[in-house]
Write a protein that binds this ligand. Structure first.
Ligand SMILES: NC(=O)c1ccc[n+]([C@@H]2O[C@H](COP(=O)([O-])OP(=O)(O)OC[C@H]3O[C@@H](n4cnc5c(N)ncnc54)[C@H](O)[C@@H]3O)[C@@H](O)[C@H]2O)c1
Length: 251
């Protein structure tokens, strides 16, 4: 029985993970961590991970970048694998993640859904074939409570496309400040916020008289929760290192 500590347990994603784990008989949530007490789940909720003194096999995190330092300290000290699903990490946080992955298995993905992972592969393939002839733009849409913009998935998509292109692109977030034609090597990244949209991503390849759009739409938070739970099963017992959806799908 896999013992999970769930960070951000009282948030939207934390509650989705709680529902998914409740349907599994090979795992249970032994403790939650959250700075809010708005929800009272069936397991104990602490304001910091070190307050939980029982055994934990894996930590699953859907919270806020501010939670990262303590989570990594907890996991490195007790040698516990961690699944990081939170988005919006800055460069300092990213360096901390790489450092922690030398001590424990760390699974990180800005998008835990299988379909979105495939979207990344397809977009990279399209960029390799069409790059230089087609303009590339990324559009993401999320609910009106989302804190970070553009989404972590849009940033990962940009990076995957940039790696596949035959030239060095640069991201373009704002075209209001300069009256100028689009440069061939810019990739527009657009963030739409509204209503209850769970998460949509379009990658547009616009060529001469033809447009290829590759899209992924998540219709419920459960798709991400299921992915994170699978990631937890995947990293338990692995060697220290940084893992992601590519390794999970490859397995
Ligand atoms: N990787 C993915 O597939 C994926 C999918 C959806 C959302 N996300 C990301 O997961 C995160 C959470 O999303 P959400 O929609 O559930 O947000 P949310 O605001 O509903 O929930 C976040 C929860 O974390 C708690 N929290 C905030 N700071 C904390 C801290 N320092 N320590 C402990 N708990 C803290 C909040 O009280 C809240 O309950 C966001 O970064 C979001 O972008 C990732």
């Amino acid at each position: 029985m896999l013992k999970i500590l769930l960070s951000g347990c009282n948030g939207r994603m934390g509650q989705a993970v709680t529902r998914v784990v409740a349907e599994r008989d090979n795992m249970r949530i032994v403790a939650g961590v959250d700075v809010s007490s708005a929800v009272q789940p069936s397991f104990p909720v602490y304001s910091a991970c070190f307050e939980h003194t029982g055994d934990v096999d894996a930590v699953v995190d859907f919270s806020n970048p501010a939670a990262l330092p303590k989570l990594l300290m907890y996991c490195c000290e007790l040698k516990i694998p961690i699944v990081l699903s939170t988005t919006g990490y800055d460069d300092t946080a990213k360096a901390m993640i790489v450092n922690a992955s030398k001590a424990v298995p760390v699974f990180q993905s800005a998008n835990m859904s299988l379909g979105a992972s495939l979207l990344m592969d397809l977009a990279a393939r399209a960029a390799a074939v069409l790059g230089g002839q087609f303009d590339v733009e990324i559009v993401e849409r999320h609910h009106n409570d989302k804190l970070d913009a553009p989404s972590g998935t849009a940033i990962t998509l940009y990076n995957r496309i940039a790696d596949a292109l035959p030239y060095q692109p640069h991201p373009q977030y704002d075209r209001t400040q300069k009256r100028a034609k689009r440069a061939y090597n810019e990739i527009g990244i657009h963030a739409v916020r509204g209503g209850t949209i769970v998460g949509d991503h379009d990658v547009i390849f616009a060529g001469h008289d033809e447009v290829l759009t590759i899209s992924h739409n998540a219709h419920s938070r459960e798709v991400f929760a299921v992915g994170a739970v699978k990631a937890a099963e995947f990293i338990v017992g692995k060697r220290p290192g940084l893992y992601g959806m590519r390794e999970l799908i490859g397995s």
